[in-house]
Write a protein that binds this ligand. Structure first.
Ligand code: GLY
Length: 257
């Protein structure tokens, strides 16, 4: 069955997206061109790309990953840690509910999908400024019904766990050791992000195993190439400016592949 990629259009209000540091200048036209390239790439790689309409009330709405987590046989509609983002959930949840049984994170729990990294049978879940212990506890119960364990991971200096750790292959991670303790990932081979590229080096691993990487982290790219991978590069500078990585821009439903 064809895998599905849910993405969401970029609103004019994206220039006001939440950011951890100083407000950047975001080039809206460039962001939209980058978003087009991203979804064209997913379509070329075999995904049925379902584009949800932007909502001007929610500047961060293109970051669909944060509002939903796919666990294989089920999906979870999250309750984002930033209250301004909670209105983004309903549309993505409705789109997912047509594909998978849907569970929900409820108050007082908060969970951002950017904090959930699935590696084999384990969900590593960032305990970040956006994801709290109640959210992790709820996800742990839902995940157990899907045969998955949960390991919490303290995160520092970046927005989400997946800002710091990326899945390269079954044995290998790309990781920023300043942001997460590498000892929590001791069974994996770790490629460290190059100094200064922690916030821009971002990798999306497709269901086929192909890697897609931001073009703005040349020294980290060289490290990945030195280990034998040759990622497809795309420019996502305007989304990086809003603290978003490549995984943030889609929810992938691999449909049993
Ligand atoms: N701009 C991404 C977020 O703050 O959720």
């Amino acid at each position: 069955m064809q895998p599905v990629a849910l993405v969401r259009d970029v609103p004019d209000s994206f220039v006001d997206a939440l950011v951890m540091g100083k407000r950047p200048t975001i080039d809206l036209a460039r962001a939209r061109r980058q978003h087009d390239v991203y979804r064209e790439l997913l379509a070329l790689r075999g995904y049925e790309v379902r584009v949800l309409p932007a909502d001007e009330r929610y500047p961060d709405c293109p970051f669909v990953e944060d509002v939903a987590v796919v666990l294989g046989p089920a999906a979870v509609a999250t309750r984002p840690g930033a209250s301004q983002r909670r209105g983004e959930v309903a549309m993505v949840a409705a789109a997912l509910a047509s594909l998978l049984p849907l569970r929900h994170i409820e108050a007082p729990g908060t969970l951002d999908g950017g904090d959930v990294l699935r590696l084999g049978g384990t969900l590593y879940v960032g305990r970040s400024s956006r994801t709290n212990d109640a959210g992790i506890a709820q996800l742990t119960r839902i995940a157990a019904n899907c045969g998955l364990a949960v390991t919490p991971v303290p995160v520092r200096g970046v927005l989400h766990l997946k800002s710091a750790v990326a899945h390269i292959d079954e044995e290998t991670l790309l990781l920023a050791p300043q942001c997460v303790d590498p000892r929590l990932f001791a069974e994996f081979r770790v490629i460290e992000k190059a100094g200064g590229e922690e916030h821009v080096a971002s990798v999306l691993r497709l269901g086929t195993g192909e890697l897609v990487m931001t073009s703005s982290a040349p020294r980290t790219l060289q490290r990945i190439r030195d280990h034998g991978w040759d990622p497809t590069l795309i420019d996502s500078s305007e989304f990086q400016a809003a603290d978003g990585g490549l995984t943030c821009l889609s929810v992938l439903v691999e449909r049993g592949s």
